[in-house]
Design a binder for this molecule. Structure first.
Ligand SMILES: NC(=O)C1=CN([C@@H]2O[C@H](COP(=O)(O)OP(=O)(O)OC[C@H]3O[C@@H](n4cnc5c(N)ncnc54)[C@H](OP(=O)(O)O)[C@@H]3O)[C@@H](O)[C@H]2O)C=CC1
Ligand SMILES: CC(C)(CO)C(=O)C(=O)O
Length: 316
C-alpha cells in the first residue's frame, strides 16, 4: 500500500519511522526545508526503546520526501499536521488523493473529520487517533518522551470493509523488540476518538490552565478538585453529543489528571511552554462550542479557552 505521510513532525516522523522499519512503502509530504533535510540527513528517532541512553538515535536513510506541487498517487494518506495547519495542507494534498485513496487523520479532536469529508467526500475519510508523547526537536530529530505508543483506526460507520482490512495490514507492524507501537482496528472509531478527546482535553486543560505538569497541580490545595471538575465537564459534553463515557474512562482520566508527583503533560502544554502555536480551537474551543450548543455548562473549559486565546493572540 503506497502511503503518504503528511507532516514529518513528532507524530508523522515517529509512526513513519516504524512503518519504514517494517518495510512499508512510505513517502513524506513536507515543506521544502524539512523535505530536503530528510532526503539529505535521513529521519532520526530518539528515545524509542526505553532504557536506551538519551543520545541513542536511530537514523533511517534513503527517505522519500516530496513537497506540495509534485504529483504522485497513493493508496493511503496519513495526516499528521497540527489542526491549525490543516487549512494550509488540505489543498496541497489534492493531487495525491484519487478516487481510491483513503485519508486517515491522526489529529487530536474531531473537528477535522467534517472538514476532510467536505473536501474529499465522506467515502475517502476514515477515523483515527494515536497515543504517543513525542516532540520534533530543533535539529529535526523526533524524540519520544515516554514509552507506550499506539494507533487506532476504523471506518467511520464501523464497518469491516476490504479497504480497512488492507489499511490494518499496512499499519499493523511486527513487534520485533517489544517496543513497537500497538495497532488496533476499531469497530467504533468515533467513540474511541471521543474517549481520547475527553482524556486529552482534560489533561490539556488541567496543565495549561494551572500552568504545570499534573503532579504540580495535584500538590496544590485546590488542584485535584479543579482537575476532577474539568474531566466532568469534558465527559458531560461528550455525553450530550451522544458519546457517554463509561465510569472506567472517567475514573482513568480523573486518576491521570490528579496523580500526585506525575510528570504528565500533553503536546499542547509542551507547545505552550515553548512559545509555539497551540491547537486551542480543536482541543478546547470546539468542546466549549459543542457544550454551548447543547446546553452543557463548561465554566472551567471556558476559562481555559480564554487563557489559551490570550496566549495565541500574543503570538501574532
Ligand atoms: N506530539 C505528540 O505527542 C502528540 C500529538 N498528537 C497530535 O498529532 C497531530 C500532529 O502533531 P505533532 O506531530 O505533534 O506536530 P508537529 O508540529 O511536531 O508536526 C507537524 C508537522 O507538520 C508539518 N506541516 C505543517 N504544515 C505543513 C504543510 N503545509 N505541508 C507539509 N507539512 C506541514 C510541520 O512542518 P514544519 O516543520 O515545516 O512546520 C511539522 O513538521 C496534532 O493534532 C497533535 O495534537 C497526538 C498525540 C500525541
Ligand atoms: C493523549 C496524549 C497526551 C498522548 O498521546 C496526546 O494526545 C497529546 O499529548 O497530544
Amino acid at each position: 500500500m503506497r502511503t503518504l505521510i503528511v507532516g514529518a513532525g513528532a507524530i508523522g516522523g515517529f509512526f513513519g519511522s516504524r512503518l519504514i522499519a517494517a518495510g512499508r512503502d512510505v513517502t513524506f509530504l513536507a515543506r521544502e526545508n524539512r523535505a530536503e533535510s530528510l532526503r539529505r540527513d535521513g529521519l532520526r528517532i530518539a528515545g524509542r526503546v526505553p532504557g536506551d541512553g538519551p543520545d541513542a538515535v536511530e537514523t533511517f536513510a534513503g527517505i522519500r520526501a516530496i513537497s506540495a506541487g509534485e504529483h504522485d498517487s497513493f493508496d493511503l494518506v496519513l495526516l499528521a499536521v497540527k489542526s491549525y495547519a490543516l487549512h494550509g495542507v488540505i489543498d496541497d494534498i489534492a493531487p495525491f488523493v484519487g478516487p481510491e485513496t483513503t485519508v486517515l487523520p491522526l489529529l487530536n479532536g474531531l473537528k477535522h473529520i467534517d472538514t476532510l469529508k467536505e473536501r474529499y467526500g465522506a467515502e475517502s475519510v476514515i477515523g483515527g487517533l494515536c497515543v504517543a508523547s513525542s516532540q520534533l526537536t530543533g535539529d529535526g530529530t523526533v524524540r519520544l518522551l515516554a514509552p507506550g505508543t499506539s494507533m487506532t483506526y476504523g471506518e467511520l460507520d464501523g464497518s469491516m470493509t476490504e479497504r480497512i482490512r488492507a489499511v490494518d495490514e499496512t499499519l499493523r507492524v511486527p513487534d520485533r523488540d517489544g517496543a513497537e507501537y500497538k495497532a488496533r482496528l476499531s469497530e467504533d472509531i468515533l467513540a474511541d476518538m471521543w474517549v481520547k478527546w475527553v482524556f486529552l482535553a482534560s489533561g490539556g486543560a488541567v496543565t495549561t490552565l494551572m500552568g504545570g505538569p499534573v503532579g504540580r497541580v495535584a500538590a496544590t490545595p485546590t488542584g485535584p478538585e479543579t482537575a476532577r471538575a474539568i474531566v466532568e465537564e469534558c465527559a458531560a459534553v461528550a455525553a450530550a453529543s451522544g458519546y457517554p463515557m463509561s465510569e472506567r474512562v472517567v475514573e482513568t482520566a480523573t486518576e491521570r489528571v490528579t496523580e500526585q508527583g506525575s510528570p504528565f503533560t500533553t503536546s499542547m502544554y509542551r507547545d505552550l511552554e515553548e512559545g509555539r502555536p497551540i491547537e486551542v480551537e480543536s482541543v478546547i474551543g470546539d468542546l466549549v462550542d459543542r457544550g454551548g450548543a447543547l446546553g452543557v455548562a463548561t465554566p472551567l473549559l471556558g476559562a481555559c479557552y480564554a487563557r489559551l486565546c490570550v496566549y495565541a493572540s500574543s503570538l501574532q
